[in-house]
Design a protein around this ligand. Sequence first.
Ligand code: PSU
Ligand code: MN
Length: 301
Amino acid sequence: MMPVLRCSLDVRRALERSEPVVALETTILSHGMPHPQNLQTAREVESIVRQAGATPATIAVLAGAVCVGLDDVQLEHVAKDPMLKLGASDLAFAVATAADGATTVGATVQCAALAGIAVFATGGIGGVHRDSAASMDVSGDLDAVATSPVAVVCAGAKAILDLPKTLQALETRGIPVVGYGTDTFPAFWSRSSGLALALRCDTPREVAKIVRAQRALGQRCGLVVANPIAERDEVPQAEMERAIDLALVQAAAAGVTGKALTPWLLDRLLALTSGRSLSANIALVRANARLAAEVAVAIAS
Ligand code: PSU
Ligand code: MN
């Protein structure tokens, strides 16, 4: 078989010793946040994971190698230089053509599973877009999470999506969605979407127990741990909805679709909220990294 996986020394050592490791994605850096905030966030998130007792494994495809655990030069390259946005459907092409690319949630969970990493932290997963009836735009994240045994710690799905349909799509794929300290699905930049969740956990140990139960059941499926943004960091939902509605109208007018849509909307929202969507995004990613590390520690112990 062709060797595609390139783990950093840190990550390899941690995995060999069955120590806690947290996978991190790079599309959020390359296509989700402006420079230099993206690089600063990436470094902070890695140090948060370390402080909580786990090894960070930031994942990207570089020259066709699936790099699991990036050094600072590689991290800077991903944060500064334009590169492909790799969903699960693009991964093999990127490897085959020795390309550079940032991995989405979907591609990252596949790479994490390949490396044997059980926990992953991100901002928000992709899902069913609001115009899905016409465009059929449903993020590849959903099927990848359904088929990769990796716990995804996130602030729900990005609120630019149709959240009720996204929840339904998760259920259809057999992906458990667990509210962390909440009974409702978070709305990414806002604490709650108001949509009820049937499953709830209040400690990392409870999450770890579900992961173990999935393994015992032979389920090769992921798990969504929906961790709401802290109250002090949120943008209230009514305010966010106004900005999202406007951004969606502008995206349609500009003819933006497909892969470009999510990054385009995130960038528009940054302007429409005078930067508040970005500070909320950074805050929730940090919180998710901390929780993911705690979950990884609980699974390893
Ligand atoms: N969450 C963020 N910022 C992002 C994304 C998620 O806070 O940029 C990215 C993730 O990488 C996710 C992707 O997998 O958006 C979904 O894109 P799409 O809708 O094209 O599948
Ligand atoms: Mn999409």
